[in-house]
Write a protein that binds this ligand. Structure first.
Ligand code: TRP
Ligand code: ZN
Length: 851
């Protein structure tokens, strides 16, 4: 096969297809290396844009084609099948084709493939074209009927089951959908079943299908699904719309999960959970992802995207919805801090490097490369800002109008914005610029006090990003509150709407000069640059009523402290240590919140902070300072740690907010305690823990202190049979390695019998952890750069999508010194020079290099 020459696609070139599809009938005769796919598609010429019938198709072995039952002349390339308009009827016609595909040898995990003996599909974004010839674009929505033939006991597709017999099953999905939502699963699977009655009284069968041995890891996911269904009815008035909702757990999966209509397919790591094998973080992730995929039923499936440039239309909104759901059933304060930590770690990192792009990109080569933190997380922040600006009532009114007006359609960001313009009567054109301007705005503020009036003078600017040199001011909702010197709040939270480059807001009638709490709840995704002394930060940390800013003040103190330690070799300030101590030991505060306060900024965060301040970050110095600070905190809190550790024993394991909050504080405490007691407490917890949160927490504490090799071996002996726990075993060792050991440990692990690059979870366990171990990845000898590049080159021919995604490890190269830049550049060039490199990886590496 000839290599596909990558082509750039532009938003501005969008045109409707030449043909719409009315109905699709597919028959799959499953066989590992020769699956027969027979298609019968009713096409209707699009009178707005008449032309040839253009179908996508890749890696298909074509057996036959007919139109209205007769042979027809057509042209086939590596990527398309075309029938000339002149050879087609002008009325609707039936196109039939037969192709053969080979799921067993499909290691890209896109299209129809096999995982642990089961057949499964992944079609988003453009995988359906590897199944059969079809207009594989989201604006073509059709009703699908699917027949699956095999000897396997479970055969699933979208929609409702319609008929079955020995060796076959038929499914019918009454809701028109684009091909990217098609799914098929067949295998020896067991169902964990449940039921749900919708608000209008319809019964829905719920199933989570898993491989034998995983049945006891489904109950939590099932409850999360039911909670999600209830929540979408209660909060958005959206009801489920089929008789059945199936989820399938698959071991080999490129991403987290996929919202196929009525048949969600999950990476098994994102749906299976049990106390013995899963950490609290996993439970929380499972809950969030189940909700996310379920919520797509309305935001994504019933209303979908006109083209892939509109990806944020479904992803940003659905992330926003799953975030609100998680906040509702856990804690909004804790959830918001976790969201901001993620946003800064992933999206700000992306937005401030060579891969920065608009939330709605204007061009792409490979759409898979745009399933990014910017589209998802920044996309969600835009929804949050919109809601803050127009208020809850208008927000929900706009959403209802959106659902009513666009149900069954493939739409654009303009359609989304328009419903809010209509319900509010406001012009949202300036606000919508958030979709078309990349980069993270810097917001500065200074304060002026004049006899009873406090004036906040704001200025904003956004640095240039690739291809966008000139930036305009964004619309920023800035939530502010004022605290009097005695600690009482004199002005409660209000949202200031900043639209200019520079803008001032005044508060008058104040009897004393208050302290301003700015950007409460992180009301806009900006970098707030505000000069504040440690005393003022400590004051807000003690008195702010906004939990996000309370935490933020502690974080700023910690960052200032680390910067001073790294750059000037100065000991931590007393204000910081005292503030931290009183926060962590404050029994009136939520343990989850205290755990977040105790966690230090990451090394990567410090690298970005230093770079922003004009200092080339030295990864070794960052690592040393952070370790040093951990020892200082352990010494400072020496007398408190054992008591905190004992007091936060959550007792019998329950994966709820209360229990997980206590455990997260307990594990943060244990990590410091291990520096004082040579690992005694962690070793004993490792032996006795009845849940993975504490077992893995104890092991991580030991490994991070440079001990724990015996425990590591016994962890393996206990869990070698459980692939998801083994992913943790691989990951923990690399994540906790000291900088000079990380690459060597990772390399040794790739030689382990249980390592496999074909399984994305296992590959990510080792290499995601290596890239995430900042000191280790940037060790001075460049060994980690080389090791990662070696393995990306090996993985690319098998799985381009996961390879391309992992290239993001290199996106921060411009931050570092000339030596490191040279080493990274030469590895990137080596990857790019690889013969036959995929379009996915070529695009990513070129973008990273060319900035
Ligand atoms: N739409 C999925 C989600 O956000 C994402 C996804 C799953 C995906 N698998 C994929 C995207 C493969 C691209 C390729 O829930
Ligand atoms: Zn999604």
């Amino acid at each position: 096969m000839t290599a596909l020459s990558p082509q750039t696609i532009f938003l501005k070139d969008y045109a409707e297809p030449h043909h719409w599809v009315e109905t699709v009938h597919l028959t799959f005769a499953l066989a590992p290396r020769a699956t027969r796919v027979t298609s019968k598609i009713v096409f209707k010429p699009n009178t707005n844009n008449l032309g040839d019938l253009i179908l996508n198709g890749e890696q298909l072995s074509l057996k036959s084609v007919t139109v209205n039952g007769a042979t027809v002349s057509y042209e086939v390339t590596d990527t398309h099948l075309t029938v000339k308009q002149a050879d087609l009827p002008s009325e609707p016609f039936t196109f039939e084709a037969e192709v053969e595909i080979s799921p067993e040898t499909n290691t890209a995990l896109e299209g129809l493939y096999m995982s642990s003996g089961m057949y499964c599909t992944q079609c988003e974004a453009e995988g359906f074209r590897k199944i059969t010839y079809y207009p594989d674009r989201p604006d073509v929505m059709a009703v699908f009927t699917v027949r699956v033939e095999s000897e396997l006991p479970v055969m699933l597709s979208n929609g409702n089951p319609q008929a079955s017999g020995t060796g076959w099953t038929e499914w019918h999905d009454p809701w028109p959908k684009p091909a990217y939502l098609f799914a098929l699963v067949a295998g020896e699977l067991l169902a964990h079943s449940g039921t749900f009655t919708t608000m209008s009284g319809k019964n829905v069968d719920l199933n989570i299908y898993v491989r034998k041995g995983d049945e006891d890891k489904c109950a939590f996911g099932m409850q999360a699904l039911i909670d999600s269904m209830v929540w979408d009815e209660r909060v958005y008035g959206r009801e489920y719309d089929l008789d059945i909702f199936n989820i399938v757990a698959v071991d080999d999966f490129n991403m987290g999960a996929m919202e196929n209509k009525g048949l969600n397919i999950f990476n098994s790591s994102c749906v299976l959970a049990s106390p013995e094998t899963s950490t609290d973080a996993t439970f929380e992730r499972v809950e969030g992802i189940i909700a996310h995929e379920y919520f797509h039923n309305w935001t994504g499936n019933r209303i979908t995207c006109r083209d892939w440039f509109q990806l944020c239309l479904k992803e940003g909104l659905t992330v926003y919805r799953d975030q609100m759901f998680s906040g509702d059933i856990r804690s909004h304060a804790v959830k918001r801090i976790e969201e901001v930590l993620q946003l800064r770690a992933r999206q700000f990192r992306e937005d401030n490097g060579p891969l920065a792009h608009n939330v709605r990109p204007e061009s792409f080569v490979e759409i898979n490369n745009f399933y990014t933190a910017t589209v998802y997380e920044k996309g969600a922040e835009i929804i949050g800002m919109l809601r803050r600006l127009i208020g809850d009532e208008s927000y929900y009114a706009g959403c209802s109008l959106y659902f009513d007006r666009h149900d069954g359609q493939a739409v654009t960001i303009e359609d989304w914005i328009k419903v809010f313009e209509e319900v509010t009567g406001r012009d949202l054109a300036h606000f919508a610029q958030w979709y078309s301007q990349a980069g993270t705005p810097r917001l500065t503020v200074d304060e002026a006090w004049n006899t009873g009036t406090l004036t906040l003078n704001f200025a904003q600017s956004t640095p240039a990003t690739p291809g966008q040199d000139v930036k305009k001011p964004q619309v920023l909702p800035i939530m502010v509150g004022l605290i009097a010197p005695d600690g009482t709040e004199v002005v409660p939270s209000t949202v200031l709407e900043m639209t200019e480059s520079e803008q001032s807001f005044s508060f008058d009638g104040l009897s004393e000069r208050p302290v301003a709490s700015i950007l409460r709840d992180f009301s806009a995704p900006v970098i707030l640059q505000r000069d504040m002394d440690a005393k003022t930060r400590a004051f807000l940390l003690a008195h702010d009523t906004d939990p996000f800013n309370t935490w933020e003040m502690g974080r700023m103190l910690a960052k200032d402290t680390l910067v001073e330690m790294i750059v000037n070799d100065i000991e931590p300030a007393r204000d910081y240590l005292d503030a931290l101590k009183s926060m962590v030991t404050d029994e009136t505060k939520d343990p989850a919140f205290r755990a977040l306060c105790l966690a230090l900024p990451s090394q990567d965060d410090m690298a970005q902070t230093l770079f922003d301040a004009g200092v080339a970050p030295d990864p070794m110095a960052i690592y040393e300072a952070r370790e040093n600070l951990r020892h200082i905190l352990a010494a400072e809190l020496k007398d408190d740690l054992p008591a905190l550790y004992a007091a936060n024993d959550a007792g019998a394991f329950k994966p709820d907010a209360d229990g997980s909050g206590k455990r997260s504080l307990r594990m943060a405490v244990l990590s410091l305690l291990t520096l004082n007691d040579q690992g005694a407490a962690a070793q004993s917890l490792f032996e006795t823990a009845d849940n993975m949160t504490e077992q893995a927490g104890a092991l991580t504490a030991l490994l991070s202190a440079g001990i724990g090799q015996e425990e590591l071996a016994s962890f393996y002996a206990q869990w070698f049979h459980d692939r998801l726990v083994m992913d943790k075993w691989f990951m923990m060792q690399v994540a906790a390695a000291a900088p000079l050991d990380a690459a060597r440990i990772a390399k040794t692990l790739t030689e382990h019998a249980d390592f496999s690059m074909k399984n994305p979870n296992r590959f990510r366990a080792v290499f995601g952890a290596l890239a995430g171990n900042h000191g280790g990845f940037h060790a001075p000898d460049g060994a980690a750069y080389k090791l990662l590049a070696d393995w990306l080159i090996k993985l690319d021919p098998l799985n381009p999508q996961t390879t391309a995604r992992m290239c993001g490890a290199f996106e921060t190269w411009k931050r570092y010194d000339a030596d490191r830049q040279d080493m990274i550049k030469s590895q990137l060039k080596r990857i790019l020079a690889t013969e036959g490199l995929s379009g996915d990886t070529t695009e990513m590496v070129s973008r990273i290099l060319n900035a």
